[in-house]
Design a protein around this ligand. Structure first.
Ligand code: AMP
Ligand code: TRP
Length: 332
């Protein structure tokens, strides 16, 4: 059925506390998306690396509460938990029969994570290799047009497109071919202590990572201690001055400005850091306040997730059934 607006789908893994990178790179775009988007706490993806069951459960609830606190309105969108909707894994298998082993081994995130796991002697779970296929199923099950994500997910959405096109060519038109949408600034927020690597969720409370629920004083301390360079003046140059560029990107994302133009207003890093800290604290203030209210009412969040799963199932079922039929399975 034709729709007036683009169908939007995106997800977040409950593998750690949500960061400023998640918020500026992804979640803010979700809040601004047209009505009827689907947003998913992708808990199955959290099982692709070593995990603690109780922690995944806790982080899944927390992610849902934080998404609502960030401004997702359950009246205008569908918020749900991936494992509550069987269609994702049901479709993933068909897509495993569409993808090749080689194209999954080429995924940058897989190569990085396996390299890290091997140096620490950890086993690499098979699901880490197949995880982008499950992600493709998440997206394709809903006839998605747009996938708002940060830069690090661009390659996975490209793979999703390839799989959709290949499936359609082999078995007849079944899937909408989606595209990634990235924010104009802050598509890759960097670690404040190491501005050449991404600000990622991690198990420790890293001084270079701003978490959505950090106290204002903590946010300020982390920003004021951000690593910059020893050059004079403030210039926006991601290649040679990544620390300054990251702060300018964050400021631009929080205040709606342009990072290069903002750089012209500063002589030194002290004033820039003070303004960044203030802007981030302001953006996170509302999220923290709303989260405190929601945390006091877990039944309300559960109700939203239950209704969300019900709606998501209804949307995904016919799409996945069509795919089963198209690929040659007998539909009961
Ligand atoms: P994840 O935490 O890996 O589940 O990511 C959830 C969403 O946040 C994805 O769309 C990511 O691309 C985005 N994201 C994660 N970290 C960052 C970051 N440092 N900068 C921008 N976007 C990010
Ligand atoms: N792989 C994404 C990440 O690590 C999370 C994710 C899973 C996702 N399924 C998705 C994002 C579907 C967008 C659409 O961030």
């Amino acid at each position: 059925m034709a729709r007036d607006t683009a169908r939007v789908f995106s997800g977040i893994k409950p593998t750690g506390h949500m960061t400023l990178g998640n918020y500026l790179g992804a979640v803010r775009q979700w809040v601004a998306a047209p009505d009827d988007g689907l947003f998913c706490v992708v808990d199955l993806h959290a099982l692709t690396v070593e995990h603690d069951p109780a922690r995944v459960r806790r982080l899944s609830r927390q992610a849902a509460a934080l998404l609502l606190a960030s401004g997702l309105d359950p009246e205008r969108c569908t918020l749900f938990v991936q494992s509550h909707v069987d269609e994702h894994t049901r479709l993933a298998y068909l897509l495993e029969c569409t993808a090749s082993d080689g194209e999954l081994r080429r995924m940058v995130q897989y190569k990085e994570k396996t390299a890290r796991a091997r140096t620490s002697g950890e086993q690499v779970r098979l699901s880490l290799l197949t995880y982008p296929v499950l992600m493709a199923a998440d997206i394709l099950a809903y006839g998605t047009d747009e996938v708002p994500v940060g830069e690090d997910q661009r390659q996975h959405v490209e793979l999703t497109r390839d799989l959709a096109v290949r499936f359609n060519q082999r078995y007849g038109h079944t899937f909408t071919v989606p595209r990634a949408t990235l924010p104009a600034v802050a598509a890759r927020v960097m670690n404040l202590q190491d501005p050449t690597s991404k600000m990622g969720k991690s198990d420790d409370s890293g001084p270079g990572i701003v978490y959505l629920l950090d106290e204002p004083e903590t946010v300020t301390r982390k920003v004021m201690r951000a690593v910059t360079d020893n050059e004079g003046g403030v210039v926006y140059d991601r290649a040679t001055r990544p620390g300054a560029a990251n702060l300018l990107d964050i400021l631009a994302a929080c205040t709606g400005g342009d990072p290069e133009r903002l750089a012209e207003g500063y002589d030194g890093y002290g004033a820039l850091k003070r303004d960044v800290a203030e802007a981030v604290v302001e953006v996170l203030r509302l999220v923290r306040e709303r989260h405190a209210e929601l945390a006091a009412d877990p039944a309300a969040v559960e109700g939203v997730l239950r209704a969300g799963a019900e709606r998501a199932r209804g949307l995904a079922r016919p799409v996945v059934d069509r795919a089963y039929e198209a690929i040659g399975l007998l539909v009961p």
